[in-house]
Design a protein around this ligand. Structure first.
Ligand SMILES: [Zn+2]
Length: 275
């Protein structure tokens, strides 16, 4: 597994990372034999008011200098492991100026661009799905990703394209290429043409109240067809036990789809590791 890198992890610096720490998750990565780990703490500049119905609103940004200093400290403890400084930026149209400003004034090894909130709702708490059928809900999510990554341009990985399927109430629990070929083509083409990575987020492929989303291989096959080569593995861990979760399975899956490498980023430069 030392050719595999977990590029999506949350530490104590994320609002929902209380059970994780840079040190404990790095130690878990080293124990699992991974080549490296990247900490991508949450940064969402706007949290939808509907979320207040369910939980206390806390700032979903983190102290970048503190996180990076802690990573430097842990790098000293575990010299055999590569530990990267990342961020998971929550894309939202109304926050574009703040996002641009943050990226202009900080440096990272790797930037994940994700959609967590859209249309002022939060899929995690269900509000997003009200009055939508599955096709509308999934399609709108993919369209939002496309619109915002086209605007943003400056990122490395598009995070969990199937996040919206995790918490959905529909029997259709997976997002398949055949249902959204046009939007997928646009997203995948954008990634392929700009040397960005598509993330396989292994947190999606687990049981959510009796529903288990499945990764559709047609998405990877189409990415390959369009010239894409960078696939990133991310556990989206919020505690150390999930670091590198299901990576052996998904590395084989990626290989079966015709890819010879997985991607990670160091100082914003794409690195490809043979699998
Ligand atoms: Zn996320």
């Amino acid at each position: 597994m030392n050719n595999l890198y977990d590029n999506h992890n949350h530490s104590q610096f994320s609002f929902d990372g209380k059970k994780a720490s840079v040190e404990s998750s790095s130690r878990a990565a080293a124990a699992a034999g991974l080549g490296g780990i990247c900490f991508t703490d949450h940064c969402d500049f706007f949290v939808p008011p509907m979320k207040a119905e369910f939980e206390h609103l806390v700032p979903e940004q983190f102290d970048i200098a503190c996180q990076q200093a802690e990573i430097d400290r842990v790098r000293g403890l575990l010299p055999e492991l590569e530990i990267f400084k990342g961020i998971e930026i929550g894309l939202q149209k109304k926050c574009r100026e703040q996002i641009r400003n943050l990226l202009d004034t900080n440096s990272f090894d790797q930037i994940i661009a994700s959609v967590h909130y859209l249309d002022d709702t939060d899929p995690f708490w269900g509000g997003y799905y009200r009055d939508k059928d599955w096709r509308t809900a999934y399609g709108r999510y993919l369209e939002t990703i496309l619109e915002e990554i086209r605007w943003m341009g400056d990122f490395d990985i598009v995070g969990h394209f199937d996040y919206v399927a995790r918490y959905a109430p529909y029997p259709e629990c997976s997002i398949n290429y055949k249902d959204f070929p046009d939007i997928f083509d646009e997203i995948l083409k954008f990634l392929a043409e700009n040397g960005k990575a598509l993330e396989i987020n292994t947190k999606t492929y687990q049981d959510y109240s009796g529903r288990t989303p499945v990764l559709d291989r047609d998405i990877l096959l189409r990415f390959k067809e369009l010239g894409g080569e960078a696939i990133s593995l991310g556990s989206d861990s919020h505690y150390p036990e999930r670091v590198g979760d299901k990576f052996a399975y998904y590395a084989a899956f990626i290989r079966d789809c015709g890819f010879s490498y997985t991607a990670h980023f160091s100082r914003r430069k794409l690195c490809l590791e043979k699998i």
